[in-house]
Ligand binder design. Structure first.
Ligand SMILES: [Zn+2]
Length: 455
């Protein structure tokens, strides 16, 4: 068996690995590479192999950096099945349709500028039609069922990262390959804890937080309560930028729990993102992925709804929030403040010292979220400078990724690991994590893009 990591190597985006065994050519993930525009376009459009040479894809979960380049693969000639769990299929369909829409809007903007500069228009990476064709190829297999792809036997284990996320174990020719996908945290809301797979000869392992520790969920909820209550007492608004998929549902779940236990007083909570509304509806349809606590709650009532929460789909309704004088919490996309409705709320409240921007997710370099988290002022929103007078607070406990100690504990529980390849992490995180594993007796590599490993 030969394994070639092609994406999310010494970086966190564009997850994609080629597995070759007994004549089968299989891709693990086909994620979108996200970075500067020109570079991203180039990386995403030029696949390092002919798309038609790939027999099948196995998808770990529905985040864009894991599934977002599937329409490119299909548009360039791939016509095999794409295996994933049932919840991943539903979420991936939502993500791919949204991604095609974003590409269309993006390219319109780029071409407007190019026209002004007298340059030829460019075409989008893929269209809505390509996305639909990719969606039709999604084939579902639940956790814990062994299925065959040519000479390989494959099984999904729960990765506990977002709804439907899977660890993949593939066996062929007497060798076993494990792929962690993204690993969740212990005790995270809604989803179960990550499962531990059986012995593997080679393990492709994520290292997003290979050198960082998070606060516990309990501490996180305590601080969330503190921030919301203090802001409400000042008469301000709490703005929470969050990914539509996963983080938003986790936050709603926690706010609901705090409200029920009496820690949080009555306060309107708005989920202001059409995609988050759709994603939450998909969460409701997949109780088979819930942990015991969430299943228990489900028997009594909706875990994603409570009296004070409102899901906002229409833009006009979103704009009406500007006129509300009383305190509220608003959760809006995007998670790094680069696009979406969060920017409108920021523009409205950035000059108000009573209000709080609460950052709960990873902020990549060069994003508005990162600048705000770092205390930059003024910042540009929609091309205009704004003094930052609202409070900015950062909470890392709502991360959907295992931290360093959780990653170490997980890999330590596998009965046997022949070799570990550290992927899906900024280089500094992957290298430090690899050192830690080496000092614990593991055979470890941080691969280069396109490096081949034979098992
Ligand atoms: Zn993910």
């Amino acid at each position: 068996m030969r394994v070639t990591p092609y994406g999310a190597v010494r970086t966190v985006t564009g997850s994609m690995h080629l597995v070759e065994t007994g004549g089968l050519r299989l891709l693990l993930d086909c994620g979108l590479f996200q970075g500067r525009r020109a570079e991203s376009q180039e990386v995403n459009a030029s696949l390092p192999f002919p798309a038609s040479s790939i027999d099948a894809v196995v998808l770990s979960h529905a985040h864009l950096d894991h599934c977002g380049n599937l329409p490119t693969l299909v548009s360039q000639g791939f016509n095999g099945p794409i295996y994933c769990t049932p919840a991943t299929r539903d979420l991936a369909a939502l993500v791919l349709r949204d991604s095609a829409k974003v590409q269309r809007q993006d390219i319109r903007f780029v071409n407007k500028i190019r026209r002004r500069q007298g340059q030829k228009p460019v075409t989008p990476l893929y269209t809505g039609k390509d996305a639909e064709r990719a969606i039709r190829r999604l084939a579902t297999v639940p956790y814990g069922q062994t299925f065959s792809i040519g000479p390989a036997r494959v099984r999904f284990y729960d990765a506990g990262h977002i709804l439907g996320s899977a660890i993949t174990v593939l066996e062929a020719d007497g060798r076993v390959l494990g792929f962690s996908g993204d690993l969740g945290r212990l005790g995270a809301p809604i989803v179960r804890d990550p499962e531990v797979p059986p012995a593997v000869d080679l393990l492709l392992m994520e290292t997003t937080y290979g050198d960082r520790l998070h606060q516990s969920y309990a501490e996180g909820e305590a601080r969330l309560t503190e921030v919301v209550m203090e802001t409400a007492q000042r008469g301000g608004k709490v703005l929470i930028p969050a990914f539509a998929l996963g983080r938003t549902q986790d936050l709603i779940y926690s706010l609901r729990r705090l409200r029920e236990s009496g820690h949080l007083s009555s306060l309107p909570v708005f989920v202001d993102s059409p995609m988050a509304v759709d994603a939450t509806a998909i969460y409701r349809r997949h109780p088979e992925c819930f942990d015991e606590e969430t299943r228990g709650r489900l028997k009594r009532r909706d875990p994603f709804g409570f009296k004070e929460v409102r899901y906002v789909r229409l833009q006009a309704e979103s704009q009406q929030l500007n006129d509300m004088a009383e305190p509220f919490v608003v959760i809006a996309t995007s998670g790094m403040c680069e696009s979406g409705r969060i920017r409108h709320h920021l523009r409205q409240h950035i000059g108000d010292p009573r209000s709080t921007l609460l950052i709960v997710s990873f902020q990549a370099a060069h994003t508005l979220g990162r600048r705000l988290a770092g205390g930059t002022s003024p910042v540009n929103i929609f091309g205009e400078p704004h003094e930052v007078r609202l409070q900015v607070r950062v909470l890392d406990s709502f991360s959907a990724h295992a931290d360093r100690d959780e990653l170490l504990a997980w890999v330590g529980r596998l009965p046997r690991v022949g070799q570990v390849l550290c992927v899906h992490g900024e280089e500094s995180q992957s290298l430090v994590f690899a050192d830690r594993l080496t000092s614990r007796g593991f055979t470890v590599r941080v691969p280069e893009r396109g490096e081949q490993f034979t098992v």
